[in-house]
Design a protein around this ligand. Structure first.
Ligand SMILES: [Zn+2]
Length: 160
């Protein structure tokens, strides 16, 4: 772990995603208040952490999931990150982890997903794949999307 010139340990207080895909970390010394910021690639930045570190954005998405889904998604994503040597968990990693399931996407459904606004896309993807898996469906279809959209994403999903 990083140590301040005063001899005390730095604590990570911010872990943000930048628009360009980089992550920004801010450390603060708890004793003298000195702050230091690092901008880095989320893969390379992983060396700074010895256990999964969720970016503020990824954590926010996790927090908005229904309570019964959250621990499952957390487990899946951290498992995926672990298998791939990633410790910084960004929304990109959440998305990548979502594609690791056994469920495939009907091309039309996939196209529709790409039109869902960014902030809810990862959540919609996870929910749809999980529902398909629960029902033993081999792929996410437009019909399933319509049903889930009505249930969870009615306000956010675009009209087909
Ligand atoms: Zn200090």
């Amino acid at each position: 772990m990083m140590r301040c010139a005063c001899g005390s340990d730095f604590r990570c207080e911010i872990l943000e995603e930048r628009d360009d895909g980089q992550v920004f970390l801010r450390y603060r010394c708890e004793r003298c208040g000195f702050r230091v910021g690092i901008e880095t690639d989320h893969r390379k930045g992983g060396v700074l952490f010895d256990r999964p570190a969720w970016t503020d954005e990824a954590r926010h998405r996790l927090d908005r999931l229904p309570p019964y889904v959250e621990p499952l998604v957390r487990q899946d994503v951290e498992g995926y990150a672990d298998r791939n040597g990633l410790t910084v968990i960004s929304t990109d990693v959440m998305m990548e982890a979502g594609t690791q399931g056994m469920v495939s996407w009907h091309p039309e459904a996939k196209q529709r997903l790409s039109r869902v606004p960014g902030p809810v896309r990862a959540m919609a993807r996870v929910e749809l794949e999980r529902t398909a898996q629960d029902r033993g469906l081999p792929e996410v279809t437009v019909e399933l999307m319509e049903e889930i959209k009505a249930r969870y994403f009615g306000m956010a999903a675009p009209r087909g």
